[in-house]
Design a protein around this ligand. Structure first.
Ligand code: MN
Length: 202
């Protein structure tokens, strides 16, 4: 079974004015589609892997045959990272997390403002193309970290909760080189309910 591009959970313009419709459309329909297609193309050469989920593959990259391991890392990562990215944004976003996740963030960073500052700084200073994450371990200890290219926290044994795509394709149309403005805008569309759900389900 080939992997399918997950439908956007909202319209292209749903994240306006923070993230513009044109960027969301191209990012989802072209970039995310391309990762999906290239993941499928790689897996076609190893039909025995087509029944495995992308989460399984990314969590055990060393068990993926060497000739397609890099393709699965790049395009499987791209496929899954973008799925998480769309899921954790929404038109009624912003604000702060509640419940168990709020407690975990306060335990790790002191308070939400310190978490936000640390995450923003990690995203602003990441060199090259990659992602900034809030991830957790099974025990619920959360951390901020970055990955290069399309590498997934799953491949480091972590469970991704909140991704921020800081490839230029995520913001260049609207923000050009102003990455810090993009990061500030993105906070307004974070769907904390979904992030909390992922934390509870870890
Ligand atoms: Mn992207």
């Amino acid at each position: 079974m080939a992997h399918e591009l997950p439908a956007l959970p909202y319209g292209y313009d749903a994240l306006e004015p923070h993230l513009d419709a044109k960027t969301v459309e191209i990012h989802h329909d072209k970039h995310h589609q391309a990762y999906t297609d290239k993941l499928n193309a790689a897996l076609e050469t190893h039909p025995e892997l087509t029944e495995k989920s992308v989460v399984e593959l990314l969590s055990n990259l060393s068990s993926v045959p060497e000739d397609i391991r890099k393709a699965v890392q790049n395009h499987g990562g791209g496929y899954h990272n973008h799925k998480l990215f769309w899921e954790t944004m929404g038109p009624d976003g912003g604000g702060e997390p509640e419940g168990e996740l709020k407690t975990a963030i306060e335990k790790a960073f002191g308070d939400f403002a310190s978490f936000k500052e640390k995450f923003t700084n990690a995203a602003a200073t990441l060199f090259g193309s990659g992602w900034t994450w809030l991830s957790t371990d099974k025990a619920g200890e959360v951390k901020i970290h970055t990955t290069q290219n399309q590498d997934s926290p799953l491949s480091e044994g972590l469970i991704p909760l909140l991704p921020l795509d800081i490839w230029e394709h995520a913001y260049y149309l609207k923000f050009q080189n102003r990455r810090p403005e993009f990061i500030q805008s993105w906070w307004n569309v974070v769907n904390w309910k979904e992030v909390e759900k992922k934390f509870t389900a870890r």
